[in-house]
Design a protein around this ligand. Structure first.
Ligand code: AGP
Length: 614
């Protein structure tokens, strides 16, 4: 979750950029940098590993001045947090300067290609290829905005980028690709600002434009123009955002629920950030002090949690079996704590808790501690009680989740469990290099795929109008989609107060099939995985009994198109990670139905964000 700021105007850029970075420091803090374009066309770059203070000190002693510039706080993905790897990154001659939030999924291929044509790389970052690609397109005779557009079409993944060039000293270019976090353009008096988040802009202006996926802004001090990915011009009128911090934190969204739901490409990226070296296949879980030998000694994994964390851990259970080759079980913490589970020093208890304060989960952890089991917790809240009990912590790093019904912490927990399973699988010698490389490559694609899945939002919103009066819903899934059926039903209950059940699809004919009639919407989670044909049979069984089938499947799936009543599209994703895309329409459906029904989406009745009583 890197922080990005840009300024073009009449004032000294340095202090404005450093103040902006200060307000974004929570987004990343392993290194920071600024680049200032002086009036005589020189670019001065100051970068420091460590906290922002180190950069502020270095900047004050180098005296760089100018009226255009950019700044970045980094949370490393590729390359250690060193001065050299901090952003901005530059092209060969230092003419093109880039800051970036995201992962360039195909950076190795691009780097090889650029190196072969003579580009020299200085850092270990994926970001540096962006500067070199822009350099290449400018060398081919393209103007800076076009060079940025061509670059944006070459890199894979989800990104927020700002580019500056010595050759176009009055301009900053910024683009957003997919959903690796936002880009906001702020309209000041004789100045234009760019930031990854509103707090950096609000001291200067409340008139802003939020860039959409694929758009490019060409920012000058008196004007901003916009083009899309095809180079067609886009018209924008700035909107005025409220100043109070809570409303401002919602950005362009009406509810935190929707904002957090839409943040998932970025929050998933943040969970992975800095923990995977995609070249050496090393996974570093910084707060998990287990040696490979200790991981290898574990002979069983028991996962515990409550609510949405149960849905995540159910998927995690599959990961432990398939990626680590280790027997695994999962349970509600409220059951686990009382059923005297058989645990010993070779059992790893993995608790999942967004808050880290859920009383049942803490009690289950206590049970595990007394039995001498090893413990790792997956948590979003720094310093929470669960993180003090467990020996190891994987923070999901989603930032605050304010809406009561969890969204982004669900997907981030799934990703944390995936990383843990890969780590254990590697330590146990279960995953070959090839298998691990594939598994990690799959993970790197997920922010982009989740961003694509979010494109179903308008279709889901239309569907919600149709189904907002339904009294019951049945959700069905198989394999890793079964927990998504559970989660979809839970979200619908929480947000819209409609009764819903999530079932493994194979269990349907053992009872729930009696519920099916022409009034019952059945949401079938049907990605094209190895259980797809089984799922199709279940869909047939529902259709035969006049049930209404809403399928979540792949675009243009010939077996679903025409067979089901409604088809919500998600992109094809690697099977084990498909829950990260199939959950999106489920979350959106619950959200939009709740909005239709006039429910209090961010604070549903009777619910508390953290349940600290039994
Ligand atoms: C999720 O939408 C709910 N708010 C609830 O089920 C929640 O997941 C559960 O209370 C567990 O909370 P935790 O993850 O903070 O432990």
């Amino acid at each position: 979750m890197c922080g990005i700021v840009g300024y073009v105007g009449d004032e000294a850029a340095g202090p404005i950029l450093l103040d902006g970075l200060r307000s974004l420091e929570y987004r990343g803090y392993d290194s920071a940098g600024v680049a200032i374009l002086s009036d005589n066309g020189d670019i001065s770059i100051t970068k420091r590993a460590g906290k922002l203070d180190a950069l502020v000190q270095a900047f004050s002693s180098n005296g760089a001045s100018g009226h255009v510039g950019m700044g970045h706080t980094r949370w490393a993905t590729h390359g250690a947090p060193t001065d050299l790897n901090a952003h901005p990154q530059t092209d060969c001659k230092g003419d093109i300067v880039v800051i970036h939030n995201g992962i360039v999924e195909n950076y190795l291929d691009l780097k090889r290609d650029l190196s072969a044509s003579g580009h020299e790389f200085r850092s270990e970052t994926d970001t540096e290829v962006i500067a070199h690609l822009v350099e290449r397109h400018i060398g081919d005779g393209h103007a800076l905005p076009e060079a940025v557009r061509l670059m944006a079409n070459e890199i894979r993944g989800a990104h927020a980028i700002v580019v500056m060039s010595r050759q176009q000293a009055d301009t900053l270019i910024t683009t957003r690709i997919g959903n690796a976090g936002g880009v906001v353009v702020g309209y000041g008096e004789g100045a234009t600002f760019i930031a990854s988040d509103l707090p950096a802009l609000l001291p200067h202006t409340r008139r802003v434009v939020f860039l959409a996926d694929g758009e490019i802004a060409v920012a000058r001090k008196e004007s901003v123009s916009y083009i899309d990915q095809q180079g067609k011009s886009v018209e924008y009128e700035p909107t005025t955002v409220p100043y109070d911090p809570v409303s401002a934190a919602k950005g362009p969204y009406k509810h935190f629920e929707l904002k957090e739901l839409m943040e998932q490409p970025e929050s998933v990226l943040d969970t992975v950030r800095g923990r995977v070296n995609f070249e050496t296949l090393e996974i570093s879980l910084e707060d998990v002090p287990f040696s490979d030998a200790e991981f290898a000694a574990i002979d069983r994994v028991a996962l515990v949690g409550m609510g949405t964390s149960v849905s995540a851990q159910m998927i995690g259970c599959t990961y432990m079996e398939q990626l680590a080759g280790i027997p695994a079980q999962h349970d509600y913490a409220s059951e686990f704590r009382y059923r005297r589970p058989v645990l010993d020093g070779n059992t790893l208890v993995v608790s999942v808790s967004q808050s880290g304060e859920t009383v049942d989960t803490l009690a289950a952890m206590e049970e595990a501690r007394e039995a001498g089991a090893r413990q790792i917790t997956i948590c979003n809240t720094i310093g929470a009680q669960s993180t003090r009990v467990a020996e190891g912590v994987i923070y999901t790093r989603c930032g605050p989740e304010i809406a009561v019904a969890s969204t982004k912490t669900f997907s981030a927990s799934v990703v944390a469990l995936y990383l843990l399973a890969c780590k254990i699988g590697r330590a146990r010698g279960y995953l070959s290099d090839e298998h691990l490389g594939r598994a990690l490559g799959d993970l790197a694609r997920m922010p982009q795929l989740i961003g694509e899945a979010l494109k179903c939002a308008p279709a889901v919103s239309r569907l919600a109008v149709q189904f907002s009066h339904s009294r019951n819903f049945l959700y069905l899934g198989r394999g890793v989609s079964y927990p998504i059926a559970m989660e979809g039903a839970l979200k619908l209950k929480e947000l819209s107060y409609i009764h819903a059940e999530g079932y493994p699809a194979g269990e349907m004919k053992h009872g729930p099939i009696a519920l099916i009639d022409y009034e019952l919407p059945v949401v079938a989670i049907a990605p094209r995985d190895h259980l797809f044909e089984k799922m199709l049979s279940n869909i047939e069984q529902v259709k035969t009994r006049q049930g209404i089938v809403v399928a979540i499947g792949e675009q243009g799936d010939p077996d679903l198109d025409g067979k089901v009543d409604k088809l919500l599209y998600v992109p094809r994703a690697p099977e084990l990670l498909s829950p990260l895309v199939t959950v999106i329409p489920c979350q959106l459906l619950a959200y939009h139905i709740a909005v239709q029904r006039g429910c209090d989406v961010d604070q549903p009745r009777n619910l508390a964000k953290t349940v600290t009583v039994e």
